[in-house]
Design a protein around this ligand. Structure first.
Ligand code: AOF
Ligand code: ZN
Length: 349
């Protein structure tokens, strides 16, 4: 690891302090170095509050050193007036001669303009240090701006023998059968709290009446997104309890939205996935976790519109039942949550 990488790595560490609080802004970290020593550090904490570079510059005690220093930032310094003024202008005003940038800001309001402005002002600018790591840090923000859709995580649990659910026993009330252990279930609630939205298909909601919240983890509840083409979901279901913002995709127009329950009419004769993600994009949703069933998960896979899959394989065997979704396995990592195997697949298409 060379010197630039060492300091950008520190920027990434600092940026991560903002996990969960910077939305809709990205996580950004910055360090200021003079004579191979860090003389200032900062990170972006919250939208509307100062950017990383501002906090880093403010933290430098002897401001006269800035004229000889290097500022490292995990993301290109901004060039626009948003909720806060441009960071480039502050760097230029403080006459910091060297700027090292992890990666270019995908936000079209910036998108290289910050770098151009710094170069035009005479700074030495290096771009693309630990670029992949800096992109990964803000995978949700990057996907949202570059692909104009949320970052999509597919999640399901399957039995040892590859089933999503056991065979339905006719004329008997169907109770949900747990595939995963309690630790995995809590982890799923943590994951839900990390994304802005959660999606479930009609059948899952009809069968399981899920709450789709984070009750086993302290954290934000994601926006609930539910497909209900023919208004089959009972109004008594938890998803209609108004406790969390809920968006329902339906085909009929005679549904009335309330403050927390919003009906969106889409054309179910067309592919629904692009229509859904367009609405999510309009709602500024940068990430979503898709919690099945089979039809919903498989349709995202078939459309190849997904970024990451998190698959639990439990200890249980069903022998018969609903087959789990089929995924072309790509970059895969495996971990274990007690007895459950957890497979993480990234889609790099
Ligand atoms: C930076 N440093 O620490 C962050 C940046 O509304 P504003 O003023 O907060 O601007 C938000 C945009 O600024 C955001 O969408 C992204 O493009 C950039 N974020 N830029 O120079 C930072 N957080
Ligand atoms: Zn900025």
């Amino acid at each position: 690891m060379n010197t630039h990488e060492k300091y950008i790595k520190r920027c990434i560490e600092l940026a991560q302090n903002g996990f969960g609080t910077t939305y809709p802004n990205p996580m950004v970290g910055s360090v200021i170095v003079y004579n191979d020593k860090i003389i200032g550090e900062g990170w972006h904490k919250k939208a509307g509050e100062p950017h990383a570079e501002v906090n880093a510059i403010r933290s430098v005690k002897d401001k006269s050193l800035l004229k000889k220093a290097t500022i490292y930032v995990s993301l290109e310094p901004c060039s626009h007036f948003g909720k806060t003024p441009p960071c480039c202008d502050l760097i230029i005003a403080n006459e910091i001669p060297n700027v090292v940038v992890g990666t270019v800001d995908p936000n079209e309001k910036v998108a290289g303009n910050g770098i151009k402005k710094l170069i035009a002002a005479g700074a030495n600018v290096v771009v693309g240090v630990l670029e992949n790591e800096c992109n990964e840090l803000n995978k949700r923000f990057f996907t949202f701006h570059q692909k104009r859709r949320p970052y999509i995580i597919l999640k399901w649990a399957e039995s040892q023998d590859g089933f999503l659910a056991p065979e339905k026993i006719l004329n008997q009330e169907r109770k949900p059968v747990w595939i995963t252990n309690t630790y995995s279930r809590q982890l799923v609630h943590k994951w839900r709290s990390e994304e802005q939205a959660i999606l479930a298909g009609t059948q899952t909601v009809v069968d399981d009446n899920p709450k789709l919240n984070t009750r086993n983890w302290s954290g934000n509840n994601p926006v609930r997104v539910v497909l209900d083409q023919n208004n089959r979901i009972s109004k008594e279901s938890f998803i209609f309890d108004n406790s969390v913002k809920t968006i329902l995709f339906t085909k009929s127009e005679n549904q009335f939205s309330t403050e927390n329950t919003i009906f969106e009419v889409i054309d179910f004769n067309q592919n629904v996935i692009p229509q859904i993600i367009a609405v999510l994009y309009q709602n500024q949703i940068q990430s979503i976790i898709i919690e099945g069933g089979l039809q919903t998960l498989q349709s995202f896979i078939d459309a190849n519109i997904w970024d990451e899959a998190r698959i639990f394989i439990g200890k249980i065997n069903f022998n018969k039942g609903t087959t789990a979704p089929v995924l072309q396995k790509k970059t895969t990592t495996k971990t274990y949550i007690q007895t459950d195997e957890l497979i993480n697949v990234r889609n790099h298409d």
